[in-house]
Write a protein that binds this ligand. Structure first.
Ligand SMILES: [Zn+2]
Ligand SMILES: [Zn+2]
Length: 463
């Protein structure tokens, strides 16, 4: 543990210390006793050097602030690590609220410390009775009429604002989602819900912005969708990620393992591999990034081992550029509300697409039809697949379980030259446990992926 010197001032406290390689993946706490009657608290964090002498990659340090009752937020991976807090104003990443007297904690979250370590830092906390910066002006709604009633809705489950490490406001995030023609987009800032306060003002338009957060831990990232409170992203001694996931699910929120094979922050929780997780983001940003194919194969491996899991995608947008080849979630929901979208997602009534439309249906002897996410309780006689707007030269691939639970096998591969309908008969499916459809373009890049239809004859669909 590093040595921290602390200096008390009349209206504040200053900490100076050195972080070493031993502090990597630690939450380094600094305690501040704030007196009663304070109106504004300012915390300034700086460190040097910003990156090691060689290599071109920076250290990654953020601070989180906790008041005597709990978390006030963080501004993950943003260059600006200065915080102003008061009853009705807070810096991006943080929640406004009274400055209660008592023990506050400022933690340095050491997401990345590179050799040789030895980072000198300074935290200056200062309180006062003056009125802080005025609150941001109210945000106007972002557009035209809403859609209502059941239907297929197109949305993005993953994106950031200046409340963490993106360059734009929540309002600009919303305007961009509308420009992309989305029906909905979840705002999922890193480890903070402070941007969610802006959503009610935004949600007068055609594109709905829904509430989420990205748990950005030292051992991987996960989206929590439908967030209505701060969720502790730190897994401390004696706690488990599996228990945290179970709490999140019990509260009705959707937990999604994010970009599990991303090289700089792979998912590494052995008890949630996938354990109680039900959704995996297999397509993060542009498909061509190699970690996406690796994530898809990891997901297939889990399906092959019998987990009932659904796939998601997300642009992970941090600003106006760089969203080519991203996928969107096409969700069949009873209405365009956060609650109904989440209900449909939990049932797997969705597919992933960068453009093509995809329909998959299994038929049974009794004439019943089953779609994506559903479990078919009796033997199927045929599968029909419809595609529209697949790019020229693309291929439709029908995948199913491998014998011996070894992932997936390719059951059929068909060239797609135009909008098409296919029928496959029962001979191919009677022994299988699930089926999935991929559309890949001429360069073998994924451009659509169905969620599974489960062919387990034992389990009934959970409606
Ligand atoms: Zn992430
Ligand atoms: Zn992200």
């Amino acid at each position: 543990m590093n040595h921290i010197t602390q200096t008390d001032k009349k209206n504040g406290r200053i900490f100076e210390g050195v972080l070493t390689l031993n502090d990597f993946a630690r939450h380094v706490p600094h305690e501040i006793d704030v007196p009663e009657g304070v109106a504004v608290l300012r915390v300034h964090f700086e460190y040097d050097p910003n990156s090691p002498p060689a290599g071109g990659v920076s250290h990654q340090l953020s601070i989180s602030v906790y008041d005597p009752a709990g978390a006030r937020g963080t501004r993950h991976n943003n260059n600006d690590q200065s915080v102003v807090l008061s009853a009705d104003y807070a810096s991006p990443g943080y929640l406004p609220g009274p400055i209660a007297g008592g023990r506050w904690v400022v933690e340095i979250d050491a997401h990345r410390i590179l050799a040789p370590g030895l980072i000198r830092y300074r935290i200056a906390a200062e309180w006062g009775a003056d009125s802080p910066d005025s609150p941001a002006p109210a945000i106007a709604g972002i557009g035209a009429r809403k859609r209502s009633g059941p239907g297929w809705f197109r949305g993005d489950l993953h994106g950031h604002s200046l409340h963490s490490d993106a360059c734009w406001s929540v309002e600009r995030f919303g305007v961009d989602a509308q420009r992309r023609g989305l029906d909905f987009a979840f705002l999922t800032d890193h480890n903070t819900i402070s941007g969610l306060g802006d959503l009610p003002a935004l949600n007068q338009g055609r594109t709905h912005i829904f509430a989420g957060v990205e748990l950005t831990t030292f051992f991987g990232h996960a989206l929590v969708l439908g967030t209505d409170r701060h969720i502790d992203w730190r897994i401390k001694d004696g706690e488990t990620m599996a228990a945290r996931v179970a709490e999140i699910q019990a509260d009705g929120m959707l937990f999604v393992i994010a970009h599990p094979r991303r090289t700089d922050c792979p998912w590494q929780y052995p008890d949630v591999y996938p354990g109680p997780a039900t959704h995996v983001e297999v397509w993060n940003r542009a498909w061509r990034i190699p970690y996406n194919e690796h994530a898809l194969q990891l997901y297939y491996g889990w399906l092959g081992r019998g987990y009932k899991l659904f796939a998601t995608c997300g642009s992970d947008t941090h600003g106006p550029n760089g969203r080519d080849q991203t996928g969107y979630n096409i969700v069949f929901a009873h209405a365009l509300t956060q609650r109904e979208i989440l209900t449909a997602m939990k049932k797997g009534r969705s597919y992933l697409s960068s453009g093509p439309e995809l329909g998959v249906e299994a038929h049974t002897e009794t004439g019943e039809k089953f779609g994506m996410g559903q479990s078919v309780p009796s033997p199927i006689t045929s599968v029909s697949i419809r595609t529209r707007r697949a790019p020229p030269g693309s291929t439709l691939r029908l995948l199913s379980a491998s014998p011996g639970n070894a992932g997936v096998r390719l059951a059929h591969e068909v060239r797609l030259n135009a909008d098409a309908n296919f029928e496959f008969d029962q001979a191919d499916f009677t022994w299988n446990t699930f089926l999935i459809v991929e559309i890949r373009d001429a360069d073998r890049r994924l451009c659509a992926l169905s969620n599974p239809i489960f062919l387990s004859h034992e389990s009934q669909d959970q409606e």
